[in-house]
Design a protein around this ligand. Structure first.
Ligand code: RIB
Ligand code: CA
Length: 319
């Protein structure tokens, strides 16, 4: 990629407190071209995650970025959502105006396929929710596979948060995850091993609260709610902003240390459904298929987030 060339990404998400911050980082960093935001059922029903994506665009002044609604159900299993963590709306906490922006007519899966086929292979897919849309795009049009530059996934890990071994995004649609992990496309995985290092501490919250614009205020309000539910549900002192790690990696891959490993997805086990088997030590002898992120550069990460949020002051001063 040329020095001054922006990295083109499609952010496929289920806003979602951390998804919302990921959108703001993507749109607020000059090295990213946010080609589109596609939504999927995950933290909440797809109608809610889509409305939340539109609300994020509204508060950040992202009027030119297309938002497209995607799949409302997993491919095989019954839908599960996460109201205990994200609230009934999927993004409880902040009080936001109704968006003036509307979604595109095109289905998210068709948008992903069309944009990839039109491209020269320079688009990265960044799924931060269940992988239903990505899997459906691959199955509907396999010709997109050589056109995908990379898939940067928030999901999975060597442990779980929805079951003892399965992480939520993978668990909700493990069949979709299997399609993606077996696709042969270059994959970088931000699993819980990495994202649990991206903790919004008090110091981080104070740093964001000191940024005087509505986008930063929105993030502060998101973190107040997310901190409360993560303490109640998981006993975490600070909430991990999982999805933001994917966008930070797209901006600067050196924000993480990663290792090529084999990852397989369990779709049959009664107790282990949705588990990602991350072969960190190569004991299976199976061909590595994933760049597995293991260590986060906290300073680089939070500096990126702060700089992106500061960039929105210009949005408001230009109004
Ligand atoms: O397990 C964490 C993931 O599930 C994050 O993407 C969060 O937004 C939820 O979708
Ligand atoms: Ca998410």
């Amino acid at each position: 990629m040329l020095e001054n060339q922006k990295r083109k990404i499609i952010l496929d998400c289920d806003p979602g407190h951390d998804d919302a911050i990921a959108i703001l980082l993507a749109a607020g960093n000059p090295s990213i071209e946010l080609v589109g935001i596609t939504t999927v059922a995950g933290n909440a029903e797809v109608e809610k995650t889509t409305l939340n994506a539109l609300k994020v665009c509204e508060i950040a002044g992202l009027h030119d970025i297309p938002v497209l609604k995607g799949c409302g159900q997993p491919i095989v299993r019954k839908r599960e959502t996460a109201p205990d963590i994200h609230g009934d709306s999927g993004m409880d906490g902040p009080v936001l105006p109704e968006p003036s922006k509307t979604i595109e007519e095109e289905h998210a899966v068709d948008f992903i396929i069309r944009k990839l086929l039109e491209s020269d292979g320079e688009i990265t897919l960044v799924p931060t929710g269940p992988l239903t849309n990505i899997a459906m795009a691959i199955r509907r049009e396999p010709a997109i596979l050589p056109k995908i530059q990379e898939i940067v996934i928030m999901g999975g890990g060597t442990f779980g948060n929805w079951t003892p071994t399965a992480e939520f995004n993978i668990y909700v649609d493990a069949e979709a995850a299997e399609v993606v992990f077996d696709s042969g496309v270059p994959i970088t995985m931000m699993g819980l091993d990495l994202t649990h290092q991206a903790l919004a501490t008090e110091e981080v919250s104070e740093r964001i609260a000191a940024i005087d614009n509505p986008a930063a205020k929105f993030v502060s309000d998101l973190l107040v709610f997310f901190r409360k539910t993560y303490l109640e549900v998981f006993g975490f002192e600070h909430p991990p902003v999982h999805d933001v790690c994917c966008v930070a990696y797209c901006i600067d891959p050196s924000v993480v240390e990663a290792k090529k490993v084999r990852v397989d997805v369990e779709t049959k086990g009664e107790l282990t459904y949705g588990t990602t088997l991350v072969d960190v030590h190569g004991v299976t002898g199976r061909e590595p298929n994933v760049n597995f992120a293991m260590k986060l550069d906290h300073t680089k990460f939070w500096n990126m987030v702060a700089e992106a949020l500061k960039s929105y002051s210009k949005v408001y001063s230009d109004r």
